[in-house]
Design a protein around this ligand. Structure first.
Ligand SMILES: [Zn+2]
Length: 269
């Protein structure tokens, strides 16, 4: 996944990474200053995980969000607000709004002129940077470059514990071993007909439905299982298993796992 800038549109750089280093008193956390007006949506530059937030204007950086994408780390400073639902451990997608830019610093909501300061630490892996101490890199050099591991491998995502990973692997194997498919919208070819699933996750066999219904909500990682499976093209469904599930009236027990086959079209090779 290639990095994008953390906002929409063209916004000038008011001070470069090098500029921060060349100040009479060099910045302790050199980054790129983007001349965002107050309230500009601050976007995740790639898929990642929120690692820390500081929701107060206190400190030199004011209100901040620390984000990890792949092995790289980022910190947005001087924010006016952090978006609802953005908290440590929260997984975010590229382009998702995580905060609003502002002027917060040194205990005041108006401690600096309006801008977004974007700090970038490259290739830290699991080792969190120490803002103000760990050497930074120039984010502008990496815009458009592929840096993050992206989705597709929950085993490598540090938001999951070993226990979570074991559980997810079990769930995935259970699903794969029954030759059932799992979808969140999409289509599959069954007996020469293309079945289009407009929504929901399924069809899966009864045993898996119960397993997933039981686990759903306990770990956000199930979302990742769904993503992985939906990237598999033309998975053949176990029609007997689907019928069995329907016959058993499992539908009502699934709590949001709809397996409605809403339309059937002729198969077009
Ligand atoms: Zn700055």
């Amino acid at each position: 996944m290639a990095y994008r800038r953390p906002f929409d549109g063209d916004i000038d750089i008011s001070d470069s990474w090098q500029g921060h280093r060349d100040r009479p008193t060099p910045s302790s956390e050199p980054g790129v200053d983007y001349a965002c007006g107050p309230g500009t949506a601050v976007l995740a530059p790639a898929d990642g995980v929120i690692r820390d937030t500081h929701d107060s204007p206190d400190g030199g950086g004011g209100r901040t969000v620390l984000l990890r994408t792949g092995d790289d780390w980022h910190r947005a400073l001087h924010l006016s607000s952090i978006e609802p639902g953005i908290f440590p451990g929260k997984r975010v997608s590229q382009g998702q709004v995580i905060a609003r830019s502002g002027r917060s610093a040194a205990g005041s909501e108006f401690g600096v002129g309006s801008h977004l300061h974007w700090t970038f630490w490259r290739a830290r892996g699991d080792i969190p940077p120490v803002p103000g101490t760990t050497r930074t890199d120039d984010f502008e050099r990496f815009v458009g470059q592929n840096r993050s591991a992206g989705v597709g491998s929950f085993e490598e995502d540090d938001m999951f514990s070993e226990e979570d990973r074991a559980l997810l692997t079990t769930v995935r194997n259970e699903i794969m071993n029954t030759h059932a498919g799992i979808w969140s919208g999409g289509q599959a070819s069954i007996d020469g007909q293309v079945r289009v699933f407009n929504y929901g996750v399924l069809p899966i066999v009864v045993r898996n439905q119960e397993l997933i219904a039981e686990l759903w909500g306990k770990i956000a990682g199930l979302e990742e299982v769904v993503k992985q499976l939906t990237t598999t093209n033309n998975v053949m469904l176990d029609v007997d298993a689907i019928n069995a599930a329907n016959d058993l009236g499992a539908r009502d027990a699934r709590n949001g796992f709809a397996n409605d086959v809403v339309t059937i079209h002729p198969d077009i090779p």
